[in-house]
Write a protein that binds this ligand. Structure first.
Ligand SMILES: [Ca+2]
Ligand SMILES: [Ca+2]
Ligand SMILES: [Ca+2]
Ligand SMILES: [Ca+2]
Length: 362
């Protein structure tokens, strides 16, 4: 299977690649009526936060494009087009793209945004974050912008119906843990790691080409199980993958691959009929799924800033072996050391926003 199609979207001109066929299905909300046209449609948008062609940037873009392709190519439920992949849209462009992409969605539809981007954090200045050290607002980068969790209700405000947001980013488990964080009604968040964790991937050892682990396993979850033609994530083999089945499969495999990383699912803001185990995100035909990809070789990398955002000078590197030691030895999260060092540098008078990102092969 080749994954060669990658769309890039500027706000003014969407380049959409339309794949797959649509087949109307009954509402997926357990028979509970929401205002709408009586048909559940799935609208989706996929974002790679980084532009460029390096191996790490390729990982982000693979995450976005391959998840899009897996959903659209093999899913038989009612995926709507365009299913655009956006590469490094700025914050305003991202917000506008979300508003535009979901303009035709209604209340009995599902809207989905997937984002693979560097995660970062900065000191919590409005006090909304939990009273656990270190108090930080988390966020992700896209283009040259940092999207703070305090701003996510605005950025994602154009989503409609039942909202599913999937984050591949360091610290993404913290994107809705503060009182000013992402908290849209009827929304579920799937995240690649806890608020204190770094999210990792590799250049090809696991999936045959660069992916971060969590989205790589999300894509893999939609592939043929190699036994009886059902999808790997379809635990009850009914030809449908619920949001919970998808999350569970990718979570288990990601955590097994990197024990220092615990993905998760938060559907606490969903009404009972839209909880993750009630909602089909992927319906398919048995024996009509792609096969799993072939592992290659590659080194491990993480998906974090090595800089702290917000006018603070670059923080020191964290060695990959130290991350491993922290995971196995239970020492304090490595990012705490980064934050402490970076905050110490504030007094040196760093001025302006400095968001240089650097990826490191470990
Ligand atoms: Ca509808
Ligand atoms: Ca916050
Ligand atoms: Ca937060
Ligand atoms: Ca199922």
């Amino acid at each position: 299977m080749q994954w060669t199609r990658l769309g890039a979207w500027a706000v003014a001109s969407a380049i959409a690649i339309c794949l797959g066929t649509s087949m109307a299905i009954a509402t997926q909300f357990g028979g509970v009526a929401h205002a709408g046209d009586g048909t559940t449609r799935i609208w989706s948008l996929y974002v790679a936060g980084t532009s460029g062609t390096g191996s790490v940037q390729t990982g982000e873009q693979n995450d976005a494009a391959h998840l899009r392709d897996a959903f659209a190519t093999y899913g038989t439920n009612n995926w709507q087009t365009p299913q655009a992949v956006l590469v490094a849209p700025g914050k305003t462009a991202l917000k506008d793209a979300i508003t535009n992409a979901f303009a035709s969605a209604d209340d009995d539809d599902i809207t989905l945004v997937f984002i693979s981007a560097h995660g970062g954090h900065q000191p919590d200045t409005n006090g909304d974050e939990p009273e656990v050290a270190p108090k930080q607002d988390e966020g992700f980068t896209t283009g040259s912008d940092f999207v703070l969790d305090d701003d996510m209700n605005s950025v994602f405000g154009g989503m409609k119906g039942d909202k599913i947001i999937i984050f591949e980013a360091c610290f993404s488990g913290g994107f809705r843990d503060g009182t000013s964080d992402l908290a849209l009604a009827r929304s579920s968040v799937l995240y690649s790691c806890a608020a204190t964790e770094r999210s990792k991937g590799d250049k090809g050892a696991t999936f045959g080409h660069p992916h971060f682990y969590y989205p790589g396993y999300l894509v893999d979850a939609l592939s043929n199980n190699g036994v009886d033609g059902y999808a790997k994530a379809d635990s009850n083999k009914d030809g449908k993958i619920t949001v919970k089945e998808l999350s569970d499969d990718a979570t288990t495999k990601t955590h097994a691959k990197n024990p220092a990383q615990q993905p998760g699912l938060d559907d606490s803001r969903e009404p009972p009929e839209e909880k993750a185990d009630k909602k089909t995100i992927f319906a398919y035909t048995q024996n009509n799924l792609r096969t799993a990809e072939i592992p290659g070789t590659g080194s491990t990398k993480d998906h974090c800033f090595e800089d702290i955002i917000g006018g603070i000078a670059e923080a020191p590197d964290v060695d990959a072996s130290a991350l491993g030691a922290a995971a196995s030895g239970g020492s304090s999260p490595p990012y705490a050391a980064i934050a402490g060092a970076a905050m110490g540098l504030v007094v040196l008078g760093a001025v302006g926003r400095y968001a240089r990102r650097r990826w490191r092969a470990g």
